[in-house]
Design a protein around this ligand. Sequence first.
Ligand code: ADP
Ligand code: MG
Length: 417
Amino acid sequence: MIKKALEVLQRYFGFTQFRDGQQKVIGSLLQGLDTLAIMPTGAGKSLAYQIPALLFKGTTLVISPLISLMKDQVDALLQYGVPATFINSSLSLNEVRSRIDGVTRGKYKLLYIAPERLESESFRGLLESLQVSFLVIDEAHCVSQWGHDFRPSYLHLGPFLKSLPQKPIIGAFTATATEEVQADIVRLLELDKPSIFVTGFDRPNLMFSTFRGENKKEFVLGYTKAHVNQPGIIYAATRKEVDNLQSFLTRSGLKVGKYHAGMSDPDRQKTQEDFLFDEITVMVATNAFGMGIDKSNVRYVIHYNMPKNMEAYYQEAGRAGRDGEPGECLLLFSPQDVVLQRFLIEQTVLQPERKMNELKKLQGMVDYCHSPRCLRKTILEYFGEENVQAKCNNCSNCNDEREIVDITLEAQKIFSC
Ligand code: ADP
Ligand code: MG
């Protein structure tokens, strides 16, 4: 069976071999087993379900959280000559009708939808008549209330799957590895004796650095000027911060785009495409930008503010170097970032238990920023890897002895006053 999968990989996608993890996941799905695959950003999760989708009979349904993500995936598939489509709220009613018509005629091998679409009675009817044999949940951490992008509509997936006359094979894919999230996914989707694959989380080509942000603006300006022809993403915590930083960098003569949820759909679409096609090299954005975006040559990701937890950080930072070439991940942090993140958590309406969990995860992020240890080791251990070597020699803590001295001095200061 794997031989057939390899043929598809070569024929449709033009790659010569599977990457670590892909083959096992594909093998498991082709055997008809429910499969939960936890693979880091950039590992190639899409192909791990697209190839089985091409080998299974009929149409595969892919549940995807974002309109932009569906579009990227479908565009890429069409380029490879794979018949695929999406149905979502960005389409006119006529277009939806014509795509549904195509689906019923078996025109597509993959159909992407958001989970909200399943709330529609008529759409559910359509699926029942299709007898979907393979159903994929991409970015499956969205199912879990412990995942960082929890979406309540994902909770209805489990009951929906149960209501189907014939249960499809389920493939759930995510880059978020904590055991809580894994257990939640298995439970909520009612996966049947699932095979669970966790691919090594290390991204050896990424260099991690943390900086206590004294003058963040100047730092970012200096860095982007020194890397002027290299694609990079700068994440800031709020829309206002994005607006400010983008206009500051633009005034300084750099060509910089911005992306956040406060912009109109066409504006966001346009900057996203400009970035994908290297019309602009630097994107200043909130975390609304990037989930699943397949731009492989991003050379650096700067966090202008500390994110809310390690899951979010590693996912965002992991957008650097997806092509396997070196990438830099720089995290600038300041005490105000912690205050802001704590405020955001406090302000959200959450059950007390969940709030505690969010605060615990925030503490993990703060600990990372202050850690004198190897940053890679700190990340990998956070995600549950064992026996990680003490030093990677490719992070700011391994490479810069001064950092450790500084922190020690500072700690002494705290203790002596
Ligand atoms: P993610 O795991 O983050 O969803 P993607 O599926 O978007 O990752 O894949 C990341 C990149 O890796 C894409 O550009 C994809 O074409 C490439 N890729 C995936 N599998 C292979 C492979 N077997 N050989 C070479 N490149 C691959
Ligand atoms: Mg993906």
